[in-house]
Ligand binder design. Structure first.
Ligand SMILES: Cc1cc2nc3c(=O)[nH]c(=O)nc-3n(C[C@H](O)[C@H](O)[C@H](O)COP(=O)(O)OP(=O)(O)OC[C@H]3O[C@@H](n4cnc5c(N)ncnc54)[C@H](O)[C@@H]3O)c2cc1C
Ligand code: FES
Length: 1258
């Protein structure tokens, strides 16, 4: 939070900002408050920190300080904010773990109860209230936290603005400031003359205000500006003035200030005077995030965002005047903008569509204005401007000019659309640009403007103008983000359970408070080691090429550079053969993907290392073939072996007897893990016996130890890997972390210095791969009554350039392909394609989210063909009694059916379906959709040794307990659960037990924390160790039953009883015989069902998630807060995969989507407005610790209920428009695909998919 003091008004302004973009020189005279300043465990925890932690708003904790700062800043300005203000404050904060619901729960405790909430019976202050609650039996609980524990928020206790800064602001004469850095000089003039002089002297120097445009260029594109001019302190440029001509806004006014000024003006001025203000304000509300708007300037947006400015089209259309100045011929300094009033008969509007509703640059936007001849609908003047279309804001001049004199009617609309498409030429682009979508948006926006104006004309003269039909009106409204409501339901503990026993209770994450205070330590927070070096990687820019030469001379001469590390510096293993093809640390003679690590620079700072890395020159000779896609891999027969196949029944014969057959193909895009903490390593050579400590953000310390030892050629006992916590992993920090740790270790070994490697977001996205892109081809035979008799499928996954775990992922996709259905005759083959993309790897769900989406797609295909509803087809084919899977493993689907039935009931599926049908009949441009999807999620890793686990428990003589085990804390709350287990077993309070770190020194050979198995297997090991200790203590306890824990421990020590024990779990007896196609690869099954409802805007493809109800069978929950958090977090990540996250590559295999700017993960605006999760009660699991089930992954797939709800909405659109042909929707089902599928006259104009010959206004 930045706080500034303005002496003239004596006002203090607090605002949030993105630290990574904020120039330190701009902070002269400002106070900065970070999360550490808000509160700490050493002094006092702030209510924001306390509530976020206690409401379970942190999982991995990496995003938590950012959340704290956004909420804290809002509360400094509005101690009792509205829900809308709270939602807006969080729009710029991303969390990859929680799914936001628990964060918002914490936020609600600070909010004013709105009248809307009251009338809906939803009171955010009474946590989790829900009107339907009365229907649930008493033993069910909805309380995940208790507000009674919360400290009140007391604004008088906040830090004051430093008086010395206030004095300084008041007393100091304003003078130009100069700051000189290594590469640049920052000059901050105080008046216009100084500014114009400076601009004349340094014409190339940019004017920097918010730095949100210049900053990313310097940071990510290596642009260097030796001189920067900061005009923020010049009064003339800060002006806000209302005159008879309109409103004048200074160029350095922040967009937040502009928002406030316009909002106030709209509330105070007559409506006809504020048409332009309303249109500009509409764009400002979704422009960037609050952190961006707080610093970004009006001038910066107008000048720098050539094509993506949300303001330029509307400012241009509304005739905004810019006031420019210069000492030279061409004006180079923008001083202010004048927004004028509108005349009678003048209308203006603004539109935008972005990949995500909030905090995303627009795909296309528009500003439009029309002026009619007095008292008529004859166009006197028309302005249409588009942004996002070409490299700058464009004006459809010719179109506007041609339409002057025309009536505002359908003929005009028809002609306008054709003229617009002819005039605004969009260049075909190979950078993944959505040309057809943009064109469709251009005409759709104009159509919306047409409707809006028609409707407004009616209000001016209802006799002459009839407005638009009722069913078109909802099309005029954009979706808004509302504060979601939710309920979480779980089975309460038995009343007989000891109050001290924490199992089954919603215990806060063990690190929750540390996450919220910023005290939780991640790799980059570790203090630097004496002589430490930073490492930056140099990666291949070719997908398949021979390395002809590497020229490091220029890089070596850069300041601070210590050395350059290549494959030649690896003392032993550079290529790891876990299968036929190797995993590679440094490319040796050739590169096999863009982003492969070729060499690395070590330097005295991260900045120096990165600067030098950019100077390494690599010459390549391109090799053929370059295989990027699954189709190309099939063509070149390029696969990782073995290919897998499963078959049951007689598929060919079954196809002969079925009533109908459908065939199809589904493409599912890949997914970036986007863990908040990027891959990070600190390698510290210890100076003797070749020992090395490695601090790594990994899910698998043992593989780090194994790979580093092998690469250095030392025994594993010299390599100690330590993991305190991981800022999110989701499968992405297994083998890839091992390769990166080896890079750092080789550098540390060569230089004898500690080496730290923290991948930038861009490098992480480029190098480390993600979820496998997937193609599923299917042929399905079924009877007219909906029974599916035969399925023949082929699955292809894009493994990328090295095997990693691709074959395993392909296997799992086969084993789990049946999802919840009994298919008597089934054949499926899976192929892991070898391509020249970065190697893909494990990701939550491991092949299941893709293969089961294919299954659910052919289920809906059968529904389409038979005319039955998808839920009927699901019910007809669902497992119903104890049966065998397609690999002959027995399963009892009782809980599957319970979840399904409960979900149908709790979601009131049928009545809502009827309501939706009614809504759809009454709304032409908005449609709703609903879908319910069942899930069977098999738990297991297929082999016994992969589920073995160990624990080590020490009791110290003061009674405190140090617990460790092989599991990694990456947000899933494993340490919290393990402490709960130890607390129950030893019968002591959780506060006696501490967990320090996971390390290869305490637990050797630990299996990866993966496959949802962490709590299951480590829980067993912890229980075993605790039981061993308790057995040893038993004679002492029996002798002194009234004694305390400390008495017994003291006595045990004096009797020389060992107070340290290991615990061990051999693993589950899982096996699979791929030759025979049968086995017991899983230990048990989780079940679930989700029902989702959505609403789509047919004109833009935008959608809103209205409601989701999830019912999950997770056995007996050890910690309902943690478990529900896992379900919700996974579900929202699933929404990301299925509806929005899109990876894009160039035809040469270069990843375009290398950061949050281009790759959109779900934000607060994407979660369902009503988000309910209930855990199936009375469903103990006999196979796992305390009858629980491992559930980290299962909830992910349920995100596809949103995909199918969207499909349902599209079906409704298409059937209304007489489009009966089956249609294909691939994943992710983005706004672009939705728009194209809602075929109408506008899409026909662009892509010719309509063919109904209807008039475009219906
Ligand atoms: C995460 C993120 C999300 C964003 N989302 C959106 C969005 O949804 N919609 C949208 O429209 N924009 C968006 N933006 C862009 C943002 O609005 C602009 O970057 C911002 O308005 C630029 O203002 P600034 O003060 O930060 O510019 P700076 O970075 O400080 O300067 C930008 C450029 O403008 C020039 N300049 C600035 N002031 C003047 C002046 N007075 N006279 C002459 N030249 C001047 C400078 O010389 C410089 O070249 C986003 C940016 C980020 C980082
Ligand atoms: S808790 Fe938000 S990113 Fe992990």
């Amino acid at each position: 939070m930045i706080s500034t003091y303005e002496p003239a008004s004596k006002k203090i302004r607090h605002y949030s900002a993105n630290a990574c973009l904020l120039p330190i020189c701009s902070l002269y005279g400002a106070a900065v408050t970070t999360v550490e300043g808000v509160g700490s465990t050493k002094t006092r925890i702030h209510p924001v920190q306390e509530r976020l932690a206690k409401c379970h708003g942190s999982q991995c904790g990496f995003c938590t300080p950012g959340m704290v700062m956004s909420i804290y800043t809002l509360l400094r300005n509005h101690p009792e904010p509205t829900a809308e203000q709270m939602i807006a404050a969080l729009a710029g904060n991303l969390c990859r773990c929680t799914g936001y619901r628990p964060i918002l729960d914490a936020c609600k405790t600070f909010c004013k109860v709105s009248s809307d909430d009251r009338s809906a019976g939803l009171c955010p202050l009474v946590e989790n209230s829900w009107p339907l609650l009365v229907f649930f039996p008493l033993k069910v609980s909805t309380r995940l936290f208790s507000t009674d524990e919360f400290q009140p928020l007391d604004p008088t206790q906040e830090l004051i603005f430093p008086p010395e800064l206030m004095r300084m602001a008041e007393s100091q004469q304003k003078r130009a400031l100069f700051f000189h850095g290594e590469q640049m000089t920052w000059i901050s003039p105080v008046n216009l003359d100084e500014l114009l002089d400076l601009k004349a002297a340094y014409p190339k120097a940019p004017l920097v205000v918010g730095n949100t445009s210049v900053g990313p260029e310097m940071k990510f594109r290596g642009v260097v500006h030796p001189i920067v001019i900061a005009p923020a302190r010049i009064l003339d440029l800060n002006v806000v003035k209302f005159t008879d001509d309109g409103l004048t806004l200074g160029a350095v006014c922040s967009l937040s200030l502009v928002t406030d000024v316009l909002t106030n003006a709209i509330s105070e001025l007559p409506e006809e005077k504020t048409k332009v203000f309303c249109a500009v304000l509409k764009q400002l509300r979704t422009l960037g995030s609050e952190q961006i708007r707080n610093v970004a300037s009006l001038g910066g947006n107008i000048i720098s965002r050539k094509s993506t400015s949300d303001l330029n089209p509307i400012l241009a259309a509304s005739g905004c005047m810019l006031n420019l100045a210069s000492r030279v011929l061409l004006p180079d300094t923008f001083m202010s903008a004048l927004l004028s009033d509108f005349a009678q008969g003048e209308y203006v509007s603004a539109f935008r569509q972005a990949p995500r509703r909030e905090n995303a640059l627009p795909i296309t936007n528009a500003g439009m204005r029309v002026l009619f001849e007095e008292g008529t609908d004859i166009i006197k003047d028309l302005s249409i401007f588009y942004g996002g279309a070409v490299s700058t804001t464009v004006c459809a001049k010719q179109t506007c000019w041609t339409l002057i004199g025309r009536h505002w009617n359908e003929q005009m609309l028809d002609e306008a659309c054709r003229l617009l498409l002819g005039e605004i030429a969009l260049p075909g682009s190979d950078s993944g640009e959505k040309v057809d979508y943009k064109k469709t948006l251009m005409v759709s926006f104009f159509y919306r403007f047409f409707l809006e104006v028609l409707q407004s004309l009616k209000t001016t003269d209802p006799c002459c103008y009839h407005g638009i039909p009722m069913e078109y009106r909802s099309g005029l409204q954009d979706f808004k983000t509302k504060m979601p409501q939710s309920i979480q339901l779980y089975q309460d503990i038995e009343p007989s359970q000891s109050p001290q026993d924490p199992v089954g209770r919603p215990i806060m994450h063990q690190s929750g408070i540390k996450h919220a205070t910023g005290e939780a330590v991640y790799i980059d927070d570790l203090p630097s080691v004496d002589g430490e070096l930073s490492l930056a990687v140099v990666t291949s820019s070719r997908a398949h090429a021979k390395i002809v030469s590497i020229d490091t001379s220029e890089a070596l001469n850069r300041p601070g550079v210590f050395d350059i590390i290549t494959a030649h510096d690896v003392p032993a293993t550079n290529e790891f053969y876990y299968s036929d093809d190797p995993e590679i640390i440094f490319a040796r003679n050739k590169v096999i993907c863009v982003g492969q690590i070729v060499c690395a620079v070590v330097a005295d700072s991260d900045v120096h290392a990165k600067q030098a890395a950019a100077k390494v020159k690599i010459e390549y000779e391109v090799l053929e073939p370059v295989i990027l896609t699954i189709e190309e891999a099939i063509k070149h027969n390029s696969f990782f072996e073995p290919k897998r196949k499963l078959e049951q029944g007689n598929v060919d014969q079954a196809f002969e007897t079925v009533d109908s057959i459908i065939e199809g193909e589904l493409c599912i895009g890949g997914q970036e893990h986007f863990y908040m903490e990027t891959q990070s390593v600190l390698a510290v050579p210890k100076g003797e016996d070749k020992e090395m400590d490695l601090y790594v953000s990994t899910q698998h310390p043992a593989i780090i130890q194994e790979m580093v030892a092998a690469s250095l050629g030392v025994p594993a006992n010299r390599i100690m890997c330590h993991v305190k916590r991981v800022g999110g992993a989701f499968g992405g920090k297994l083998l890839k972390a091992g390769l990166l740790a080896s890079v750092a270790a080789v550098a540390a070994n060569k230089t004898g210095r500690a080496v730290r490697l923290i991948l930038s977001r861009g490098d992480d996205m480029l190098i480390t791969g993600g979820r496998h892109p997937f193609i599923g081809k299917y042929k399905v035979g079924f009877m007219n009554d909906g029974r599916i008799r035969a399925v023949d499928a082929k699955y292809y996954i894009n493994g990328g350039c090295t095997p990693d775990e691709s074959v395993l992922v392909a296997e799992v996709s086969l084993l789990k392909m049946d999802n919840a259905y009994k298919i008597p005759n089934l054949r499926c083959c899976a192929y892991a394609c070898k391509t020249n993309l970065p190697s893909n790897t494990a990701f939550r769900g491991f092949g299941f989210p893709q293969s089961a989406l294919v299954t659910e797609t052919w289920i809906t295909g059968v529904a389409d063909k038979t005319g039955l509803s998808p839920e009927k087809i699901r019910e007809i084919n669902m497992y119903k009694e104890i049966e065998q899977t397609h690999f002959k493993q027995k399963l009892d689907p009782q809980n599957l059916i319970r979840c399904w039935n409960e979900c149908m009931e709790k979601s009131a599926y049928y009545s809502r379906k009827t309501t939706i049908e009614e809504f759809n009949k009454q709304n032409y441009w908005k449609k709703k959709g609903i879908a319910v999807v069942p899930m069977k999620y098999p738990f297991g890793l297929g082999t016994r040794y992969l589920t073995q686990a160990a624990a080590l428990v020490h009791i110290y003589t003061d009674g405190s307990v140090l617990l460790t085990h092989g599991g990694i804390e990456m947000g899933q709350g494993i340490h919290t659960k393990m402490i709960q287990v130890a607390s129950r077993e030893l019968n002591i309070p959780m506060s006696y037990i501490h967990f320090c770190e996971t390390s290869t020194t305490t637990i050797p050979n630990a299996c990866a924390s993966a496959g949802s198995a962490g709590t299951d297997v480590n829980g067993m090991a912890v229980k075993d160790a605790c039981q061993t200790l308790l057995k040893r203590l038993q004679p002492i306890i029996s002798k002194n039953p009234k004694g305390t824990w400390n008495d017994w421990i003291k006595e045990a020590f004096e009797q020389s009883v060992s107070l340290s024990a290991t615990g061990y779990f051999r693993g589950y007896n899982e096996k699979m015989d791929w030759e025979k196609g049968e086995g017991q690869p899983f230990t048990y099954f989780l079940y679930g069902a989700a029902c989702s409802e959505v609403e789509i805007n047919c004109l833009t493809g935008d959608h809103k998630n209205l409601r989701t109800d999830i019912v999950m069978d997770i056995g007996c929950s050890i910690n309902p807060a943690v478990d529900i958090g896992q379900i919700e977090g996974a579900f929202v990540q699933g929404i990301g995969l299925y509806t929005m996250e899109e990876l894009k590559y160039s035809p040469e295999g270069v990843l375009y989507t290398k950061g949050p700017d281009q790759y959109k993960i779900p934000a607060v605006c994407d979660i369902p407005e009503q988000f309910n999760v209930s855990l199936l009660s009375s469903s103990p699991n006999p196979y796992a610790i305390y009858a629980s089930k491992g559930l980290g992954e299962a909830g992910f797939f349920l995100g596809c209920s949103v995909f199918f709800a969207l499909r349902d909405a599209v079906t409704s659109v298409r059937s209304e428009r007489g489009l009966t042909k089956t249609f294909v929707l691939n994943s992710p089902l983005t706004a672009e695909q939705l728009r194209a599928s809602c075929a109408d006259a506008f899409t026909e104009m662009v892509i010719g998919r309509w063919g109904k010959g209807q008039s475009i206004s219906g």
